[in-house]
Design a protein around this ligand. Structure first.
Ligand SMILES: CCCCC/C=C/C(=O)SCCNC(=O)CCNC(=O)[C@H](O)C(C)(C)COP(=O)(O)OP(=O)(O)OC[C@H]1O[C@@H](n2cnc3c(N)ncnc32)[C@H](O)[C@@H]1OP(=O)(O)O
Ligand SMILES: NC(=O)C1=CN([C@@H]2O[C@H](COP(=O)(O)OP(=O)(O)OC[C@H]3O[C@@H](n4cnc5c(N)ncnc54)[C@H](OP(=O)(O)O)[C@@H]3O)[C@@H](O)[C@H]2O)C=CC1
Length: 268
């Protein structure tokens, strides 16, 4: 099956009545998630630093879509808490998708203390602040949190020590919150996409590494943003009602690493 064969499976109104915040909704995976949640009937608040790209997501969804763009740096804890409270009071909150994130790629010895802090602030501290702010609204709705992680989060990768440390922190937090908040009806999960060919990875500097990564995927191809979006929608919908505390890899088997092959054959 190629990425072009992918077909969404959730019923058209699977998320009607839902109100979801999606961070990083102005590009790549976050935009695909916002568009899918909107198509399934949810109200979506898209968060990011750039108004133009967030507004473009709204235009792509169409005039009937219940979409609002909110410009906010998720690393500004006070601003993010105020934003969550505004959305929660106005519309309630049934879902939070912590998708905003990223890193520069560098060996550990080339990461300055400020560089480390910048990446950990974005990929861990900001996720804690917004999730904590969302808790009362999610408790009221018995809602769900989806945290975007990375397929290599449990096995490591070269050039990503800062980002993987932060994502491993998010994974530990995900499991702790699934336990702490399960009694309040709140579910918390992580997704581990493999290589997703978004514009963020499409520049010349990354192209050769990215091609190698994709060539090594057991199922032979990259993950599409639409596949990540469908899984996110599933986890927020009632279909995911019993799923919590999980890392769900959506990477064609890439997290399994280079195979130990005792038969010396190519492929399985
Ligand atoms: C199989 C899975 C593979 C998938 C791989 C993953 C793919 C993705 O995640 S794709 C998504 C990619 N998107 C992004 O990364 C976008 C988000 N990234 C950012 O916004 C930034 O890179 C940032 C948050 C990580 C940093 O932003 P900011 O706080 O604005 O940083 P500054 O420019 O102020 O710099 C702070 C600090 O960091 C040092 N630094 C920046 N770039 C590098 C570099 N390439 N190498 C080394 N150090 C770097 C910078 O020099 C500053 O430190 P000081 O110089 O000590 O002040
Ligand atoms: N592409 C890939 O192969 C993979 C990506 N991922 C993860 O998926 C997520 C999305 O990646 P992708 O779509 O490829 O990359 P993008 O760079 O397109 O998306 C990152 C989004 O986060 C937003 N963002 C970044 N920093 C902040 C901030 N401080 N405050 C608010 N919003 C912010 C950006 O918007 P703005 O600049 O307007 O603020 C942007 O929309 C990231 O967490 C990434 O690490 C995981 C596995 C693989």
């Amino acid at each position: 099956m190629t990425a072009a064969d992918f077909r969404p499976v959730l019923a058209q109104d699977a998320l009607s009545g839902h109100s979801v915040i999606v961070t990083g909704a102005g590009s790549g995976i976050g935009r695909a998630i916002a568009l899918r949640l909107l198509a399934l009937g949810a109200r979506v608040t898209g968060v990011g630093r750039r108004a133009e790209t967030l507004e473009e997501t709204g235009r792509m969804a169409g005039a009937d879509a219940a979409y609002a763009a909110e410009v906010c740096d998720v690393r500004e804890a006070d601003a993010v808490e105020a934003l969550v409270a505004r959305v929660g009071e106005a519309h309630g909150l049934t879902g939070l998708v912590n998708n905003a994130g990223g890193q520069f790629f560098a060996r550990a010895e080339d990461i300055s203390p400020r560089g480390w802090q910048a990446v950990v602030n974005l990929n861990l501290n900001a996720v804690f602040a917004i999730t904590r702010a969302a808790r009362p609204y999610l408790e009221a709705s018995r809602g769900a949190v989806v945290n975007m992680s990375l397929s290599p989060v449990e096995r490591g990768a070269i050039g990503m020590s800062h980002s993987l440390a932060a994502r491993a922190g998010v994974l530990a937090m995900t499991r702790a919150l699934a336990l702490e908040w399960g009694g309040q009806g709140i579910r918390v999960n992580c997704l581990g996409p493999g290589t997703v060919l978004t514009p963020a990875l499409a520049d010349e500097a990354h192209a050769p590494h990215v091609a190698k990564l994709v060539a090594g995927v057991p199922l032979g191809r990259a993950t599409s943003p639409e596949e990540v979006a469908e899984l996110t929608a599933f986890l927020i919908s009632p279909a995911g009602a019993l799923m919590t505390g999980q890392l769900i890899q959506i990477d064609g088997g890439a997290h399994l690493g280079v195979p130990v092959n005792m038969l010396g054959e190519d492929g399985a």
